[in-house]
Design a binder for this molecule. Structure first.
Ligand SMILES: [Zn+2]
Length: 305
């Protein structure tokens, strides 16, 4: 099923990373800059992340002896320093997720570079080291995002969806390791319901969501893949869902031969097996296109009305 699986450490059958994106209320300020402060219920729902869910998740990881990766918009780090402290005391990785969750592909290249650097400075100041990894807010990786990652010396990206295993992104000047995931592994489609953020789906039961995540895990375990959850403390850190997460971790342990790791550790391992000639990666040259494809020309707007 997977043509070229990565040799995982200690003969593990798959690598597993529970990554949480602590967006808190950054997304509300971004969506409704002039009125976010008046949307108090939405603010409270989003602040549940840093205030209640992050300490709970860090406790959960401590119970299972796991170190994991949290992606934080840097504005959230400045706004919620206690959550940052809790994450760092748990021994977890904090990675780059923009400054205020701005969408890179909605920015001019200089703007994108500015916000990227501003966020990196906060991470370096508050964690003591520069970011090693990046996830584009809302997966909005731009045509120049890779150029910035290469220039700024990042090890990995975790925004794209092009494979079941890690692969290499190359812009002609350098490379980063891509650690891919996909939408079924994100908790928004399962749990998100907010009028203020114009996303109203009937929330699934924790068991229904876990069924999807567990099916993904079983396949990755069987064939040597990489399982990355893209979850949010204010959604998956809610009580009943957190209980279900604990059961999922127990299930993974019961199957055994699973490598639980931070994304930094996974990317470091992948880079090492490539450098040692033990494994050969697929390489994606980016950007995929320099602009709109030329074949349709002026007829494009009339072909899909
Ligand atoms: Zn996010």
């Amino acid at each position: 099923m997977i043509k070229n699986p990565v040799p995982w450490p200690n003969g593990a059958r798959c690598a597993v990373a529970f990554t949480f994106d602590m967006d808190a209320d950054s997304i509300l300020h971004l969506a409704h800059h002039s009125s976010a402060d008046t949307r108090v219920a939405a603010l409270s729902m989003l602040r549940y992340g840093p205030e209640v869910a992050v300490p709970r998740l860090v406790d959960l990881y401590a119970h299972f002896g796991m170190r994991q990766t949290f992606f934080l918009p840097a504005w959230c780090m400045e706004r919620y320093p206690a959550a940052v402290e809790t994450i760092l005391q748990g021994g977890h990785e904090i990675a780059h997720h923009g400054y205020l969750h701005e969408h890179p592909n909605a920015c001019e290249p200089e703007q994108e570079a500015y916000w990227f650097r501003r966020a990196s400075e906060v991470i370096e100041r508050m964690t003591g080291q520069p970011p090693r990894g990046f996830r584009a807010p809302s997966y909005r990786f731009s045509r120049v995002s890779l150029d910035i990652l290469v220039r700024e010396g990042l090890l990995y990206d975790a925004s794209l969806m092009g494979d079941d295993i890690p692969y290499v992104l190359d812009n002609g000047q350098g490379q980063v390791i891509e650690l891919p995931t996909h939408y079924a592994m994100d908790d928004w489609p399962h749990f998100m319901a907010s009028r203020d953020l114009a996303y109203l789906m009937p929330p699934r039961s924790p068991q229904q969501a876990m069924e999807v995540y567990q099916a993904e895990f079983d396949a990755m375990w069987e064939y040597g893949g990489l399982w990355i959850a893209v979850w949010h403390p204010f959604l998956s850190g809610r009580l009943a869902r957190c209980v279900a997460i604990a059961r999922l971790i127990e299930y993974m342990h019961s199957k055994g031969q699973v490598w639980f790791a931070t994304l930094e550790d996974i990317a470091t391992h992948v880079r090492r097996v490539i450098a040692d000639g033990i494994w050969t990666s697929r390489i994606d040259q980016l950007p995929y296109y320099d602009g709109p494809i030329p074949e349709l020309g002026q007829t494009a707007p009339t072909l899909a009305r």
